[in-house]
Write a protein that binds this ligand. Structure first.
Ligand code: SF4
Length: 243
């Protein structure tokens, strides 16, 4: 089953540097790294939010248990801790701050780019690898402790756990006729969508911050695993794609 790529740029550079395809020792500002996925944020980056260089709408959350590429193991696997990343633009992996509209492509955040961007050397990914999974920040590190949205995040994580999704998908395995598992997955997708709608209504959550506040919808993960979500007269239905 294909999975979600969390840090495809690191995978790209690990693979290419190990096969000596990148023959250089300085940055050519070609922008390739910026099109392979934005960085995850670390404690070192919190001031970028405090100083207004980044806002919630620039971010996306990878929730605990969501399947993603691990640059450490080299496999797609459920993340062991929540991650906050710079979001891509237009549903692509190209970093939202990468601007290639002019003669020269550029990083619109260059002077204040996050730690991983400062460490990334495409010809030698070791510095970047050394910080992966260390001092990563979560939503709770950057949301005001008194903000009522934290209650919604707690409820959403409990009711719509990606860890449970992964357990169910594992149980589904070859047993794709399992109605119990499909019913529970349907319930999780429905709850996830309901909490998103309620949050928009309750706190007027702008669409631009949804993927930071609640992460990506469960149905997008299921789609990557071969399960389509349809809505029929307000009811959610999951359909296994033909192999
Ligand atoms: S913040 Fe800048 S350097 Fe980092 S990935 Fe985005 S465009 Fe590239």
């Amino acid at each position: 089953m294909p999975g979600v790529k969390l840090c495809s740029r690191l995978l790209f550079f690990i693979m290419n540097s190990s096969t000596s395809k990148i023959d250089r020792n300085q940055c050519l500002r070609c922008g390739t790294c910026c099109t392979k996925g934005g960085p995850s944020l670390h404690r070192d980056d919190i001031n970028l939010l405090k100083d207004g260089h980044l806002s919630y709408s620039d971010l996306i959350t990878i929730r605990l248990g969501e399947s993603a590429f691990s640059p450490v193991s080299g496999k797609v696997e459920p993340v062991k801790q929540e991650l906050v990343k710079l979001a891509g633009k237009s549903r692509s992996w190209t970093c939202g701050f990468y601007n290639d509209s002019g003669k020269e492509s550029l990083c619109e955040l260059y002077e204040n780019r996050p730690l991983e961007c400062r460490l990334l050397k495409c010809w030698d990914p070791q510095d970047l690898l050394s910080v992966i999974g260390k001092e990563s920040i979560t939503r709770r590190d950057i949301i005001n402790p008194g903000d009522p949205i934290l209650e919604i995040i707690t409820l959403h994580d409990k009711e719509c756990s990606f860890q449970e999704v992964e357990e169910l998908l594992t149980g589904l395995g070859d047993n794709q006729e399992s109605t119990d598992i499909m019913a529970r997955l349907t319930g999780l997708v429905s709850n996830d969508l309901a909490i998103r709608s309620q949050t928009v209504a309750k706190i007027n959550m702008p669409v631009a911050v949804e993927f930071f506040i609640l992460g990506r919808p469960i149905f997008t993960q299921l789609k990557q695993r071969g399960i389509e979500t349809r809505e029929n007269n307000g009811e959610i239905q999951l359909i296994l794609s033909a192999k």
